[in-house]
Design a protein around this ligand. Structure first.
Ligand code: HEC
Ligand code: HEC
Length: 284
């Protein structure tokens, strides 16, 4: 600190606290240079970039840079890169996309956001569903059919499986027997002739088919596999049989409504979502 005078030579400001005198030494040169350089930097920045709000809108700066413009330019660049793929997807049928691995990958990444916004709340972020409430889209058991056309129809028009409540029509004892029977079927047992007779008499075969393997036209699931929509414990199965599914006026019925997306999503987006769902797992 060559330009610093020693304390005893420097005039003081007359301030003294507990024996410490305030001197009038200049600050070091390097400090002064930095100080003026930063002031200059501020002025230059102030002129080039948006700085203070003025009376009629913000001052935009000579360069005209704004973060919104930067964001829009990035988005435009991204859209431009995707444009050829997007228009190609629009022209392709769902079946054709499924056969083209590159376009399928693109369709799957394209639908990430739409799936997240419109489907994930019920079917889960990866299509795993929620037991008792929303079916999984990952397995190859389909309530309403797993062909690409059937999936497209499910999403376009929505679905609402209907099973009547059997309480009152079938005795409690028989409902218990039917529950035991379908649980046994799901565990690989064949069931006795009396079980099958009760199943037929009660009218279950009308929707779940005579062999209990389900009927997609009725949205009725296969009862012989280990996949359970509403839970596999006896209590849950009894509840389904006694109170039905979407049965009108039945308080304890299961609610299972897939909303229609016609009008909420474009035909193209629905097609691409169907492709995604088909390729998630068990498309048929
Ligand atoms: C409000 C909740 C909800 C939303 C949102 C929803 N779903 Fe569903 N979805 C359901 C329910 C409930 C069912 C079962 C309907 C039934 O039981 O008959 C279903 C059934 C389906 C099926 C038929 C499954 C089968 O086994 O046949 C497909 C495919 C499907 N949804 C796809 C989608 C797609 C794609 C979206 C997003 C665009 C979506 N869902 C949004 C509740 C929902
Ligand atoms: C009118 C058609 C219809 C009839 C009749 C019918 N079901 Fe159903 N059943 C359905 C539908 C539709 C579903 C599934 C609804 C869904 O998942 O949205 C279902 C679901 C079930 C389930 C739940 C399966 C699971 O995975 O959780 C069981 C169990 C069942 N039915 C048993 C029976 C039995 C036993 C009978 C005869 C007493 C019967 N059903 C009669 C249409 C029917």
């Amino acid at each position: 600190m060559s330009n610093q005078r020693r304390p005893e030579e420097a005039p003081d400001t007359g301030h003294e606290w507990d024996g410490i005198r305030e001197l009038t030494n200049e600050p070091p040169k390097w400090w002064t240079i930095c100080f003026y350089a930063s002031l200059l930097w501020c002025v230059v920045y102030f002129i080039l970039y948006p700085s203070i709000p003025l009376i009629n809108g913000p001052n935009e700066g000579l360069l005209g840079w704004t973060s919104i413009k930067e964001y829009k330019a990035e988005v435009a660049k991204y859209d431009e890169q995707r444009a050829p793929y997007v228009s190609k997807l629009e022209g392709m049928s769902a079946e054709a996309i499924l056969k083209d691995q590159e376009m399928l990958n693109f369709a799957n990444s394209y639908t990430n956001a739409i799936y997240g916004d419109y489907c994930a709340a019920c079917h889960g972020t990866s299509g795993q569903g929620a037991e008792g409430r929303f079916p999984t889209l990952l397995d190859d058991e389909w309530l309403h059919g797993g062909s690409i056309a059937a999936i497209q129809e499910s999403v376009t028009y929505g679905r609402e499986g209907q099973m009547p409540a059997f309480a009152g029509q079938v005795s409690d004892a028989d409902i218990g027997k039917l529950a035991d029977f379908v649980i046994a079927l799901s565990q690989g047992n064949q069931g006795s002739d009396t079980d099958w007779a009760l199943y037929e008499e009660s009218g279950c075969g009308m929707c779940h088919a005579d062999n209990a393997k389900g009927w997609t036209d009725a949205g009725a699931p296969n009862l012989t596999d280990a996949i359970w929509r509403f839970g596999s414990s006896k209590d849950e199965v009894v509840r389904t049989i006694a109170h039905g599914v979407n049965a009108e006026g039945v308080a304890e019925t299961r609610n299972a409504v897939m909303p229609a997306f016609e009008g909420r999503l474009s035909e193209n987006d629905i097609k691409l979502l169907a492709v995604r769902v088909w390729s998630m797992g068990g498309g048929q």
